[in-house]
Design a protein around this ligand. Structure first.
Ligand code: NA7
Length: 477
């Protein structure tokens, strides 16, 4: 088996194979280190907004998380540490970037090629490339002409000196809200360009005392109880949050947070979001609004019309002169496979198969593309809980299938169009009633208004749905 990607998904898949005694696998990784999202997103202030004791794989607990909400460096170090214990480095090939995958029906194998032309023939392929790693460089005219230094939050350039400079940040999503307070500390002037305000709730973060860390290490049931409580808390919250008519308490909390932290009424008005709370990912921050209040920070809400050599041009004609520019403009989840040919049975291209929208069975398998699985494929991201829970549901599902194939001496498995349709219908039935369908612009939704990213419903329901692969979901031969 070939596993593509050495982030949480790929590493968890490798671990699941080890557990069932499958040892003929290789993990390929385009970068030179494990870590995926947490290797790539190292901008100042980068942190997770899921509590640490939930944001870890169930079989790799970390009782000594230093904070309730872990920061990037600690998560990355954790991934490196646990993966070193599970997987021999000889099983990971670094610097191996996928170029194409062709299914060979005669050989019953995928021919997988990298950008240097090197090939592997693999019976099974699992792509665990994540949904959020292709930076969205916005299509603003003149972007290339900017004469100052620039970078994207997902490709932060620590060589850029922001200190004492006139700095711009485009975007006010969850990444921006983390980086802005850090840049505001250093910059001479920080210009924040907001297109849509975010709903912001206080971030109840704190350092976990050593004594608690020791207790969690010494008494595993205590750590499990904490993890379980956090899980149930987020699942329960989402039940009310995702229905606009029951989310009144969250709206009230966010408005109170804004009122308490921003005194200027004009500023409050432009920072108040007017779409349903939860439609975009809710930002958790206690230092974003205070950063905007600083004398050296200016919030701009007029549209950007162009980027010029000297700075950012606004619709009202003003040029905001800048020395450096940070793009906190998010990701392009639909472009994860852009430029990669995936050719299945009868020379069918995955890009064509997905031209209207991504169709999968449970976000993991595609009809006409046998022996190929996705970890965190379409419609399996979460907007309300730890995505690692979804990863674990998926790698268990795939490992169970692998075990069955081995037991029955089978070599080919393919999902059906009917299973794809059932999954999409399940998603589409539930989606319109949620806040995510509330009419805002978000990476969850494609240009035609389809939800391409999120699982809709409790995450335990996805686990139940995928726990016993079988029935007419797959054709095995
Ligand atoms: P997001 O949440 O997609 O936010 C991107 C931000 O960039 C958002 O404020 C956008 O405004 C803004 N944006 C994007 N393109 C433009 C252009 N062309 N002009 C002005 N502003 C623009 O990405 P993040 O990195 O913050 O977070 C992504 C996920 O990572 C998050 O959901 C977590 O799951 C972790 P808009 O709102 O579209 O008007």
């Amino acid at each position: 088996m070939l596993i593509i990607g050495a982030g949480f998904g790929g590493l968890a898949m490798a671990h699941a194979l080890d557990r069932i005694g499958v040892d003929d696998y290789l993990v390929v990784e385009k970068a030179d280190a494990v870590g995926g999202t947490w290797r790539d997103n190292h901008y100042p202030g980068a942190a997770c907004d899921v509590p640490s004791h939930l944001y870890s794989l169930s079989f790799a607990p970390k009782p000594d998380w230093s904070r309730l909400f872990p920061r990037q460096a600690e998560i990355r170090a954790h991934i490196e540490q646990i993966s070193a214990g599970w997987i021999a480095r000889s099983r990971i090939r670094f610097g191996w970037a996928l170029r194409s995958m062709h299914w060979n029906e005669q050989a019953q194998r995928w021919r997988v090629q990298n950008t240097q032309g090197e090939c592997f023939d693999a019976r099974f392929v699992v792509t665990a490339m994540g949904g959020l790693h292709v930076p969205n460089w916005p299509d603003i005219p003149g972007r290339e002409s900017f004469a100052g230094a620039h970078c994207h939050t997902a490709r932060w350039d620590h060589g850029i000196a922001f200190a004492g400079k006139r700095v711009g940040v485009i975007g006010t999503g969850t990444s921006a809200i983390q980086v802005i307070p850090e840049l505001a500390n250093d910059a001479d002037t920080l210009h924040v360009f907001q297109r849509t305000p975010a709903w912001v709730l206080p971030r109840p973060d704190f350092a976990i005392p050593r004594l608690v860390q020791r207790a969690l290490a010494a008494i595993p049931p205590l750590r499990l109880a904490l993890r379980g409580a956090l899980y149930l808390h987020l699942e329960t919250l989402s039940l009310t949050l995702l229905r606009p008519w029951t989310a009144f308490w969250a709206r009230a909390m966010a408005r109170r947070h804004l009122r308490r932290q921003v005194q200027d009424p004009a500023m409050r008005t432009v920072l108040q979001a007017h779409y349903p709370i939860g439609c975009k990912r809710i930002a958790l921050s206690s230092d974003y609004y205070p950063a905007l209040n600083r004398d050296n920070v200016q919030l701009h809400t007029t549209d950007i019309t162009a980027i010029e050599a000297e700075g950012v041009r606004l619709r009202d004609g003003r040029l905001i002169e800048l020395d450096a520019l940070a793009y906190a403009t998010g990701f392009r989840p639909m472009d994860v496979l852009a430029g990669i040919d995936v050719i299945g049975c009868q020379d069918r291209s995955l890009t064509e198969h997905w031209s209207l929208r991504p169709r999968t069975s449970n976000g993991m398998a595609v009809a006409g593309f046998p022996n190929l699985f996705f970890v965190l494929g379409p419609n399996t991201a979460l907007g309300h809980n730890s995505v690692l829970y979804m990863i674990e549901s998926q790698v268990r599902h795939i490992a169970k299938l692998m075990r069955r194939l081995r037991r029955d001496h089978k070599t080919r498995i393919e999902t059906t169009a009917a299973a794809e349709t059932r999954f999409l219908q399940r998603i589409d039935r539930a989606f319109p009633r949620t806040a995510w369908a509330g009419g805002c612009r978000s990476w969850y939704i494609d240009a035609h208004g389809h939800n391409i990213a999120l699982w809709v419903g409790p995450s335990w329901m996805y686990r139940l749905r995928t726990a016993w692969p079988g029935g007419d979901e797959y054709r095995i031969s």
